[in-house]
Write a protein that binds this ligand. Structure first.
Ligand code: SF4
Length: 470
């Protein structure tokens, strides 16, 4: 079946990583542009393959090129609602090809071709041919398929704009529905091939964290293949509407995560946040110093206010983990009225990359838009705090309340003791909470021996918190 393709094609190559030392070329990704799109059409010429732009044979080793993948499909039982779900399989199926690596989805794709594949004679027409066969195998309802690969920059630019309009149309449809309007959510375990305990819960208000699959897409996929990786889950008893906790969703997550997790809150980063695979478009992270939440997206190149870039943060919470204070999410979820509603929604957001803020300008409450700083306004926690104070961000009320709570602790510090401490320039609380007082995805502890102790995903509990006056 794959005899014309000069490299092996098999699910066993899924998970193959192509490091830069072993890379012939990179396609799309953060230093270029790219997109993938599946469209249900009429009159699809089955088996047609086109490569527009330079083929691998014409490319220079070590360079980066744009990439567009357009897959047109036809079939009596195919509906447009299936486009998103079928498109999402492009990631998995591309990775069946030995020497070809595909990451992410939609206009976030990032691919590499290995030197070995190039030496074996692999070309982009072989990529299209392999995909053509694999999609027909995976989805018997596809009766005809044609694939176009674009590497010409101008062509990819036009394709990318078209793809973005179609992604937005798909997403906009899902915005008309909310969690209360339905009795059924959906689970997806497509990413368990690399994140074995990860289970996505897709509700009308929470588009999957990869950003590529919404509630309607899941409904169509589960109808087409009830035994497939996307399946129905009856919501069952609502355990906490604000946090988005449902009895049957918990049972499903426990079952599908092999008992690793048994609770999930759809709308909070605290206690039991949604697990994160590795495909998320953005990460929400707790900023303990400000009792606020920051968001960083995959495209953001700088450091977050926690002093680490997106990649390091993603490394801490991906792989199917449930890490309190962190959750992977899609940008579309940030358009939902339920966006982290249990944590305060946008009133709790204290930092966003400019690009994300601009994209969400119609969804961030108007009275908050100027109060949330970006990398253009601030560089560190101290500057964020000053910005928030200047703009009178509502988080200040939370911070004030926390301080008042500390000062009116039901076990108040004896006056004499307080005065004594105050003289030393300290205000002490007898904090007995079981909640962590700080989170850190990575923390380095110096030692006198010259070695470093690195704590990952540290949650810091304290019997006592001392707040020092400067
Ligand atoms: Fe499915 Fe979630 Fe992976 Fe998207 S991120 S493919 S919804 S498991």
């Amino acid at each position: 079946m794959f005899e014309d393709i000069p490299v092996d094609v098999s699910p066993m190559y899924e998970g193959e990583r192509i490091r830069s030392a072993n890379m012939f070329v990179e396609l799309a990704g953060p230093k270029s542009i790219g997109a993938e799109l599946v469209q249900v059409e009429d009159n699809v010429e089955d088996g047609k393959i086109i490569v527009k732009g330079p083929e691998l044979a014409d490319m220079k080793e070590g360079e980066i090129y744009p990439l567009g993948i357009l897959i047109e499909i036809q079939g009596e039982k195919l509906e447009r609602e299936l486009e998103g779900v079928i498109e999402r399989r492009t990631h998995e199926l591309c990775n069946y090809i030995k020497g070809f690596m595909h990451l992410n989805q939609r206009d976030q794709i990032w691919c590499r071709v290995s030197k070995e594949a190039k030496e074996a004679g692999f070309n982009l027409e072989h990529l299209a041919k392999a995909l053509s066969i694999l999609f027909r195998e995976e989805f018997p309802i596809i009766e005809a398929i044609s694939i176009m690969i674009l590497t010409d920059k101008a062509e990819v630019e036009v394709f990318l704009e078209k793809a973005k309009i179609l992604y937005e149309e798909r997403d906009a449809r899902a915005r008309e529905l909310s969690d209360e309007d339905v009795d059924v959510f959906y689970g997806c375990v497509m990413c368990q091939s690399f994140a074995p305990t990860h289970v996505c819960v897709v509700s009308p208000d929470r588009t999957a964290l990869c950003g590529a699959i919404n509630w309607f897409d899941c409904r169509a996929a589960a109808k087409m293949d009830p035994e497939g990786p996307i399946f129905e889950v009856e919501k069952g008893k609502v355990l906490d509407e604000l946090k988005g906790e449902y009895e049957n969703v918990n049972l499903m997550v426990s079952d599908r995560s092999q008992g690793t997790f048994d609770r999930v809150y759809l709308h909070s980063v605290f206690e039991y946040p949604h697990t994160s695979c590795g495909c998320f478009e953005a990460v929400a992270f707790f900023v303990p110093e400000l009792d606020g939440i920051g968001i960083v997206n995959r495209d953001f190149k700088g450091e977050t206010p926690l002093g680490i870039p997106f990649s390091a943060m993603a490394g801490q919470c991906s792989g199917g983990k449930q890490v309190e204070g962190f959750t992977g999410l899609s940008l579309e979820y940030m358009r939902s009225p339920k966006f982290l509603q249990a944590d305060g929604g946008y009133e709790r957001v204290v930092w966003l990359p400019k690009e994300v803020k601009d994209a969400l300008v119609n969804y961030i409450p108007a009275d908050l838009i100027d109060k949330i700083p970006t990398e253009e306004d601030v560089n560190n926690i101290k500057e964020i705090r000053t910005f928030l104070e200047e703009k009178e961000h509502p988080i200040l009320e939370r911070l004030k309340v926390s301080t008042e709570e500390i000062e009116t602790d039901e076990n108040p510090i004896e006056t004499s003791e307080f005065e004594e401490i105050e003289e030393m320039g300290e205000v002490e609380t007898r904090e007995t909470t079981t909640s962590p007082v700080a989170y850190a995805p990575e923390m380095t502890l110096p030692t006198s021996s010259g070695m470093k102790i690195i704590l990952k995903n540290a949650k810091i509990y304290a019997e006592k918190v001392i707040i020092k006056r400067k």
